[in-house]
Every structure is written in structure tokens, then in C-alpha cells.
Design a protein around this ligand. Structure first.
Ligand code: BES
Ligand code: ZN
Ligand code: ZN
Length: 464
């Protein structure tokens, strides 16, 4: 991973100058660079660079939004490509750190399965920062990137290398590192608990399910009752017997545990940063396959809380496993429950990859905080309605609920289904859009994006 180091005088390597006025250009630059910089300051451009024989000098206007600065960071990374693995940055701390965040988040690759001779390394190894930058901020940035990359790696990992057990083991590793307590429930325990939804989805698989409970409880937390995060951990979604129609619909379904990666990443980051907030994360995990005696359309399943559910589409599996986890959250008497899930194609069709759809019955104050948090890190959220009428569609004629709504507003009817199982104030986040990108966008790579971690971290940081 990239290393951040401090300098006293700018080293002779590629350099980024974040500038607002002439005097920011610095004294120890030659005449050509100064002229170029002065021209840049007068221009309308926000980003430009000079290519010298052995290095680049980048110029970035200081007066930009945080997101523009992060995008400038990703442009620097693009331009440097594999040519240089070291860069120095000067400028005002606040602006520089946003830029460095974009730079670091761009510096990601997932190539563990490529033979050495095919591997083209494209990474930035060292970033030099001014000596007077705050230790705390640098540490925070490192932790943010560590948690996001952890999540991207898990999402990018195919099911051949990441089944439910392996996902739980990965969680265990970082939990131990960060001082989070963890309990991994195995199939026999899940059976004793009668988590009917999780077990039903797992019936078509030869791999056992897992149910992972992570708890981070600092001394004197700001919240008396915990915040419970729940993440959808479908390590692969074939649709089950309601098999997804190929082509196209199944190739990225290794990403169907992005909600799990998001909430594990968020509690990991909260613990690394020693936030004063009591958080629990619950992760039900399994693959969804049509094998063996897979659950079928028409089945009636008794869930963990005793609710009966008529299955009308086995591809609506996320809500089956989340329902058990959400009902399990009730035992903690939480202050707030938030789930993250790649739950519906409807969410992707409605807003694409640029935002997370949120809905629920929690207080406006909590929704507003989530929205503000999202804007601050450019992981934007859009609140959808959550009226009772959407829930009416989920009533079954032979059971308490069915797992399939009508043709419209599928992201909301799914949310209403989930709401049935939660007693505490509740927010549902459908991250199906932003969790995965077919094509890279600025500092978000192709594949798993690690979406939602920076959002939830800001939310937890500001909670209460
Ligand atoms: N994992 C999918 C949702 C999804 C689709 C995520 C596309 C990312 C990209 C989910 O399990 C699913 O298949 N949902 C169905 C629900 C339907 C059967 C009610 C869907 O959205 O089509
Ligand atoms: Zn599905
Ligand atoms: Zn799914």
C-alpha cells in the first residue's frame, strides 16, 4: 500500500502544487515553472501539468470543492500512470488532503490471479507531504483507504475464492486487528436459531452459510443503545431456480456481498479510528444457487422471528437472508438499524451508479445526517418514499408475506418487506448501483468500489 511520508524541503520527484495565489508557487522553482504556474493561475483551468525530462509538475487550483480536488488527485494518478512511483505535494493542508484522498483511492488494483509475467504494475508507492501536516489526519486517511480497499478486494474476489466461510474468516482477521469482538455462527447454530430465510437460500448450495456478529464497543460511547448495521452477504447470486437470464445479468454477481463488505468495512474503520460510538454489524452470508433441493417458487418459509414467507421468486434472496438478520437485531434493542444491500435491479435502473437509494422510518434528523455525510464524501444518497401502500403489495394469500412485489417500485416494496422484521428505527440502503462499476470513473475503479464505507464512517463520526 501507498506510504505517506513527511518532508522538510520538497524532494526532487514529480510534484503537485496546490495553489491559490502567486506566493504559493514557492521560491525554489525555476523560471520556466514559475511562468507556467503564473499562466495557470490566470487561466480558468483547475488542473494542468508540465512534463519535464524526468518528472511531472502538476498544478491544481486550491479553490475547488472537495470532490473536484479528489478528482484532480485521480487525474494526477492517471497522468503519472506507471511512470513514477513517488510524488511530493505542497499546499494548504485541507485542500491537499482531499486531493491525496482521490490520489490514494485511485491507486488500487485487483490482480491477485495474474501470473507474474503478465502483471503490469501501476502503483504509486510514496507520497511526500509537508512536515507540518497533522498526524491525526494522515492516520485517518490511511485508515479510510485501508477499509475501502479491504472491501473492494472482497467484492472483486470471485466465489471460487470467497464463499460464506471465507468471507467470515476475512472479517475475523480485521476484527482481531482492530479490537472488534467477533462471533461466527456456523450452520448448526444457524439451524438451532431457526433462521429459516438464510437456510432456505442456502439449500441449493454445497457450501454452508455463516452468520457473523461483530461488535465494537468503546469506553463511554455517545449512544446508550447500539447502532446495528446489517449487510447482505450473498457471495454469489445465480438467482437460484429463478435463474438469472444470461448474458450480462450474472457476470457481476460475485458483488452481491457488497453490502456485507460495506458494513464490515464501516465497523472496521470506526474501530481503527476509535470512534466513541457503540456499533454492531450483522452479516448473513451464503451463495444463492439452483442445486440440490434448492428452495423453490411456491415454498413457504418460516423465518427467524416466526413470520411465514411465500417465496415467489428465488432471485429475491437478499430480503430472505436480511430479514433474519434484521429480526436478530431486535435482541440488542438498538437505537437505530441501518442495512446496506445490493438488493434490487430496480435501484440501478432508477438512479444508476451515482447514488445510493435510502428509505425507512427513522427520524428525519438521522436521514438528514446521512444525506449530509454522503455529500461530504461524494457518496450521495437519495431518499425514496416509504408509504404503507408499497408494503401492502407484499402480503401473501397463504402466508404472512410474499417475497415478491408488483412490477413497479421494486426497490421500495423490497424495503417495506424488510421493515416488517425490524422493531427499532430503521434505514434501508440499496447500494446495487454504486457498489459495482463496469467502467472506472475518476477514483472509483472498475469492479468493486467499496461504496458506503466513507458514507457510514462520516455518519457514525457525527452521530449524536
Ligand atoms: N442481487 C440482485 C440485485 C442486483 C441486480 C444487484 C443488479 C446488482 C445489480 C437481487 O438479488 C435480485 O436478483 N433482485 C431481483 C428481485 C426481484 C426478483 C424481485 C431484481 O432486482 O430483479
Ligand atoms: Zn437475486
Ligand atoms: Zn442478490
Amino acid at each position: 500500500m501507498m506510504h505517506l511520508e513527511r518532508y522538510e524541503t520538497i524532494p526532487e520527484c514529480s510534484t503537485i502544487l496546490v495553489v491559490g495565489k502567486k506566493s504559493d508557487i514557492g521560491k525554489n522553482v525555476n523560471e520556466d515553472i514559475r511562468k507556467f504556474a503564473e499562466g495557470f493561475l490566470k487561466s480558468d483551468d483547475k488542473f494542468d501539468f508540465l512534463k519535464l525530462t524526468n518528472r511531472f509538475i502538476f498544478f491544481v487550483k486550491e479553490d475547488q470543492s472537495d470532490e473536484e480536488l479528489r478528482v484532480s488527485g485521480s487525474k494526477v494518478f492517471q497522468t503519472l500512470a506507471s511512470k513514477h512511483n513517488e510524488i511530493a505535494i505542497s499546499g494548504k493542508e485541507e485542500a491537499v488532503l482531499q486531493l491525496v484522498e482521490g490520489l490514494m483511492l485511485s491507486n488500487y488494483e485487483f490482480k491477485p490471479y495474474q501470473r507474474k509475467e503478465n502483471k503490469k504494475v501501476n502503483s504509486l508507492e510514496k507520497v511526500h507531504l509537508p512536515n507540518d501536516f497533522s498526524d491525526k489526519k494522515i492516520k485517518e486517511l490511511n485508515n479510510i483507504v485501508k477499509a475501502v480497499f479491504w472491501a473492494r478486494d472482497r467484492v472483486n474476489e470471485p466465489v471460487s475464492h470467497l464463499n460464506a466461510t471465507q468471507l467470515a474468516e476475512h472479517a475475523q482477521k480485521i476484527a482481531e486487528e482492530a479490537g472488534i469482538s467477533i462471533q461466527i455462527l456456523e450452520k448448526t447454530q444457524i439451524e438451532s436459531l431457526k433462521m429459516g430465510g438464510l437456510l432456505a437460500v442456502n439449500k441449493g448450495s454445497i457450501d454452508p452459510p455463516t452468520f457473523t456478529i461483530l461488535e465494537y464497543k468503546p469506553e463511554k460511547p455517545v449512544n446508550k443503545k447500539p447502532i446495528v448495521l446489517v449487510g447482505k452477504g450473498v457471495v454469489y447470486d445465480t438467482g437460484g431456480l429463478s435463474l438469472k437470464p444470461t448474458p450480462g445479468s450474472m457476470d457481476c454477481m460475485k458483488s452481491d456481498m457488497a453490502g456485507a463488505a460495506c458494513v464490515i468495512g464501516a465497523i472496521y474503520l470506526a474501530a481503527l479510528q476509535e470512534l466513541k460510538v457503540h456499533v454492531i454489524a450483522l452479516v448473513p452470508a451464503t451463495d444463492n444457487r439452483p442445486g440440490m433441493n434448492a428452495y423453490t417458487p411456491g415454498d413457504v418459509i418460516t423465518m427467524y422471528d416466526g413470520t411465514t414467507v411465500e417465496v415467489l421468486n428465488t432471485d429475491a434472496e437478499g430480503r430472505m437472508i436480511l430479514a433474519d438478520a434484521l429480526a436478530y437485531s431486535n435482541k440488542y434493542n438498538p437505537e437505530l438499524v441501518i442495512d446496506a444491500a445490493t438488493l434490487t435491479g430496480a435501484a440501478v435502473r432508477a438512479i444508476g451508479t451515482h447514488a445510493t437509494i435510502i428509505m425507512g422510518n427513522a427520524s428525519d434528523a438521522n436521514f438528514n445526517l446521512l444525506e449530509k455525510s454522503g455529500n461530504s464524501v461524494h457518496e450521495r444518497v437519495v431518499r425514496f418514499p416509504f408509504w404503507k401502500e408499497y408494503g401492502d403489495e407484499m402480503k401473501s394469500t397463504i402466508a404472512d408475506l410474499k417475497n415478491l412485489g408488483g412490477a413497479n417500485a421494486g426497490m421500495i416494496t423490497a424495503g417495506k418487506f424488510l421493515e416488517h422484521f425490524v422493531k427499532a428505527p430503521y434505514i434501508h440502503m440499496d447500494i446495487a448501483g454504486p457498489a459495482w462499476l463496469d467502467k472506472k470513473e475518476d477514483y472509483r475503479p472498475q469492479g468493486g468500489t467499496g461504496s458506503g464505507i466513507r458514507l457510514l464512517y462520516q455518519f457514525l463520526r457525527k452521530f449524536k
